[in-house]
Write a protein that binds this ligand. Structure first.
Ligand code: HEC
Length: 142
């Protein structure tokens, strides 16, 4: 009898915790569901191969996208990384990665904005959305 009570209590706690995570955040605005969906589509088709489904990366090859100073850092630097690719530039907590990130300037401003917004709000991250205008501003810059 007592164990049933605990099971009920526990599942009640779980569902209320779940409801909490679904509530819109009060501090940083949660990106629109449509943006997150589109970003996830780009992520799954392009980025997942290297950064993995949960953003954990591959040790020594591809860095993780879990909270770090790059993902949450300045948006122009992130946009440049996607536009121009990168090799041997990223260091996180003393770790470096031997693979190269390819340049992906063929993606549209919208696709880059969506995927970066998705990454900045997935895998434990919570950072401001990136807009297509902010991507456009970085094209042609070094
Ligand atoms: C071919 C493998 C590959 C693909 C595909 C790839 N990346 Fe990367 N990514 C890397 C590597 C390797 C680095 C580290 C580059 C360096 O050291 O200069 C990196 C670095 C990063 C970083 C900064 C470091 C960090 O871990 O936070 C971000 C953010 C990132 N990638 C996002 C993306 C996104 C978004 C996509 C898809 C649009 C993508 N990557 C596609 C391999 C890849």
């Amino acid at each position: 009898m007592r164990s049933i009570f605990f099971v009920v209590l526990f599942s009640g706690l779980l569902s209320s915790a779940h409801a909490q995570t679904k509530k819109p955040a009060t501090k940083a605005a949660q990106p629109a569901a449509a943006v997150m969906e589109r970003g996830k589509t780009v992520y799954t088709s392009i980025c997942l191969a290297c950064h993995q489904v949960d953003g954990s990366g591959v040790p020594h090859l591809n860095p993780p996208l879990t909270p770090n100073e790059w993902v949450a850092g300045p948006k122009p630097r992130l946009v440049q990384l996607v536009l121009n690719g990168s090799q041997g530039k990223v260091e996180i907590d003393g770790d470096t990665w031997s693979n190269a990130m390819p340049a992906m300037s063929h993606l549209t401003d919208q696709q880059i904005a969506d995927v970066l917004t998705y990454v900045r709000n997935s895998f434990g991250n919570k950072a401001a959305a990136v807009t297509p205008t902010e991507v456009k501003a970085q094209r042609g810059k070094k």
